[in-house]
Ligand binder design. Sequence first.
Ligand code: HEM
Length: 457
Amino acid sequence: MAKALPNLISSSPWWQFVTWIADPLKFQRVYRRKYGDVFTMTLGGFGQYVVVGNPQMIQEIFNQDSQFDVGRGNFLAEPLIGENSLMLMDGDRHRRERKLLMPPFHGERLQTYAHQICQVSKAVADSWTVNQPFVARTAMQTVSLEVILQVVFGISEGDRYQQLKPLLTEWLNMTDSPLRSSILFFPFLQKDWGDWSPWGQMERRKKQVYQLLKDEIDERRSQDNKPATDVLSLMMAARDEAGQAMADKELQDELLTILFAGHETTATTLAWAFYQVHRCPQVREKLLQELDSLGDGASPMELAKLPYLNAVCQETLRMYPVLPIIFPRITKAPMQIAGYSLEPDTVLMPSIFLVHYREELYPEPEMFRPERFLERQFSPSEYLPFGGGSRRCLGYALALLEMKLVLATVLSRCELALAEDKPVKSQRRGFTLAPATGVRMLLTGRRNPAKISVTAQ
Ligand code: HEM
């Protein structure tokens, strides 16, 4: 007989499902108060999930990585990212794919993208008009989409670029509210009833995107002397241990995986960073002082090393996890974790949110205080905005670099202010959480355009 799971929530499974989809942060707050930092929820017909907000238990989960499946727990994302996505893989297939995809996102490779990121940020910041409000999240979405198109897809101009950009924006915006997001969680809504139905539109856009990506891959193959600097070219050139290249369908699915995993997440976190920097005058002051301490014409990599800028990004990622939980870890065999005896197929959900708001780790957790990251170090299970173990976010180094460079470029060129006094709340946006109003801001003046060198050296 299956053993009882820890602290099983007793309310109706469908009520739990609806309240989880509507507001996963409130859900976790309510049940942590009632049960402590480990509890089991039942989400409608999807089954039971053990939410884990305890760093020691999360460390045990990370330490026993190979004892869990992860990919099969991400099945809801398949319609967006395709069946050959890294996110849906497990075991040897996942290890092979990560090895193929990893190199473009780490080490010296990253530095080659830095100037492109600064140029994209500069173009967006220069397009704002003094005293005209803009929505920070939308602006950051423009930046992060452009970065993905240029750095990952290697597309920055021409017909294909002109078609792909609006198509991807429309596609991504289809789940921009809790109600519109429900299409991802209720398979019965995933029916193509023609052009007017949301799923029909989703499917048509997806088909067009896949065709454009296929055309791009075919074109690259036909001109193989082009120097390979973007991620797609590197992915096409990569070979596994058996000398095998990635198939076209695999390349297409991985491009969409990177788009869906990397675009919303980075844009949203940046919008929160702008929000907090402009809500806390002392943080803004300190950050500007640090930026100004660099002489004019600073290189992007000099910026990336600034400690307070780094701390501001870390604190934003702590306070506003775009994914409130990491990917589900599913036990493959009976196992013991933190004194609990778990049956096979038990689903554990380490909660970034619960850990990042623990008082003993982060005193006054509701306060935005970047200094905490200068005062002490946190272990991988105490601070996990990018998850952990073998599934740790593939793009974490790029995301962090992008956050620092965008913040530094924009803040050194622009005087900004929040357009509204009201506190901004988080709300669901597809699988992620984002600022409900998007953070409305105002350009109040220009600063030093010569601070950062945006031309490649
Ligand atoms: C602020 C930005 C970002 C945040 C907060 C974030 C967060 C995460 C988290 C929490 C996971 C799950 C890890 C786990 O379960 O242990 C993840 C996975 C992943 N992320 Fe990110 N991410 C960000 C940006 C990016 C970017 C820029 C890319 C790509 C360029 C990316 C690509 C991926 C991929 C491919 C996975 C799946 C990894 C696997 O299954 O092996 N992410 N991310």
